[in-house]
Write a protein that binds this ligand. Structure first.
Ligand SMILES: Nc1ncnc2c1ncn2[C@@H]1O[C@H](COP(=O)(O)OP(=O)(O)O)[C@@H](O)[C@H]1O
Ligand SMILES: [Mg+2]
Length: 288
């Protein structure tokens, strides 16, 4: 096999956040040459292989430049069209339209003013990663919320308004990870809107992760989410090297989609069984 796999990071995290530690050896075990590169490093020739977005978490302020770069890479995982769709959380409305149970979401474009909910709620940017710009408000904190909304709109972006999902405080969210469209493993992420600190890179808030064994209703919804996304984008599931479906439990107990990460999700290898990196490597090999 001659083509190589290029894991793509950013200047502040040129080799990711460490979660992929076991991935390079797994790729080597399967005979796939692999290395890390920084997406906006002009010295790198991304045409030499399969470019795999892994930690490009600095694109939020330069999305246009990033998406242009994605479109110019000959072989990108996931495909540039998917990345374009998935980097704006407005995709949640598309998925809801396709029948997926999402966390109720109101999109508020610049200039728009919401009718504030009468229970705790969240405001966050439609283009954002690492919980940056997400904030939680009590029903009587509308003044602070309006200020936060103005800040989000000030950057030219649409905001998302969602009811705060209280189950997140007790059980966090569950991230279900798929490789090549096939379920691999899951992990939990503790509640983030509790004053969590920024990581040293400043690119994301520090996370508390753990091992998860999702119940059938969560497994089923995650499968439905992938099918719906592929239907909307005209893809087969195997076209997606990786996918992470973040689900939360709603007040009634049923799961709902918080986020579908097809761009550069942390894949939680540190919280998966030891064979997970090999499953990822096998999916890479299939695409090579
Ligand atoms: N509606 C919500 N209810 C409860 N917690 C939320 C809600 N929206 C976001 N959060 C918290 O904020 C974090 C970041 O929000 P998310 O939508 O996952 O954006 P991103 O991870 O892309 O920054 C989540 O991991 C979760 O802990
Ligand atoms: Mg998230």
């Amino acid at each position: 096999m001659s083509a190589e796999a290029i894991l793509v990071g950013c200047r502040k995290l040129p080799e990711g956040d460490g979660d992929e530690r076991a991935v390079l050896p797994a790729l080597a075990d399967l005979g796939v040459r692999a290395r890390w590169a920084v997406w906006d490093d002009p010295e790198v020739d991304f045409a030499s292989g399969l470019a795999i977005l892994r930690a490009t978490w600095d694109y939020t302020d330069r999305l246009g430049e990033f998406l242009d770069w994605c479109a110019a890479v000959p072989r990108l995982c996931n495909p540039a069209g998917v990345v374009r769709w998935n980097t704006d959380k407005s995709y949640l409305a598309d998925l809801a339209g396709a029948g997926v149970a999402i966390v109720p979401t109101e999109l508020i474009p610049p200039g728009g003013t919401p009718r504030w909910p009468d229970a705790e709620f969240v405001l966050k940017p439609s283009i954002g990663v690492g919980s940056i710009g997400a904030a939680r408000f009590a029903a009587d904190e509308t003044e602070a919320a309006a200020e936060h909304l103005a800040g989000l709109h000030g950057t030219g972006h649409t905001a998302l308004l969602q009811p705060y999902q209280a189950h997140v405080d007790a059980e966090g969210e569950t991230a279900l990870v798929f490789f090549g469209g096939v379920y691999s493993h899951a992990f939990t992420k503790g509640a983030m809107l509790t004053g969590s600190d920024l990581d040293g890179s400043g690119l994301y808030r520090s996370e508390r992760l753990g091992v998860a064994e999702p119940e059938p209703s969560f497994r089923r919804l995650a499968e439905d989410v992938l099918d719906a996304a592929c239907g909307l984008r005209g893809l087969r599931r195997a076209d997606l090297l990786y996918a992470r479906v973040d689900l939360v439990r709603t007040a009634g107990g049923a799961p709902a989609l918080l986020e579908l990460e097809l761009t550069e999700p942390s894949l939680g290898f540190s919280y998966a069984d030891p064979a997970a990196p090999l499953r990822f490597a096998s999916a890479v090999r299939q695409l090579l």
